[in-house]
Design a protein around this ligand. Structure first.
Ligand code: ZN
Length: 99
């Protein structure tokens, strides 16, 4: 299944891109609230891509809702796996929430 081209976060629409490389550093993903762009390293395996999408969406959530900076990176790492599992393991819940 192809990933969506856009993600809606806090009333903003981010484009979701999967380039083969990310400029500048060796991270697996990035979220730029200024351009409303999330980029995920396209060469990652499928589950790694999904978990990294969750990670970058968490950054977009922080940007949208103005959560205090500081523990942001640590929190994103702590929540990316559990959130992906929650979404994967509960397709009925996800459809219900999106309805
Ligand atoms: Zn991060």
């Amino acid at each position: 299944m192809k990933p969506p081209a856009f993600v809606h976060v806090g009333g903003l629409t981010y484009s979701l891109e999967f380039p083969d490389e990310l400029e500048g550093d060796n991270s697996m993903g990035r979220c730029d609230p200024r351009t409303q762009t999330i980029q995920i390293l396209g060469t990652l395996p499928d589950d790694g891509r999904k978990q990294t999408v969750i990670h970058e969406i968490l950054h977009a959530i922080w940007a949208a809702y103005g959560v205090q900076k500081g523990g942001e990176e640590r929190m994103a790492y702590q929540l990316e796996g559990p959130l992906l599992m929650l979404i994967r393991d509960n397709p009925k819940l996800v459809r219900w929430l999106a309805d």
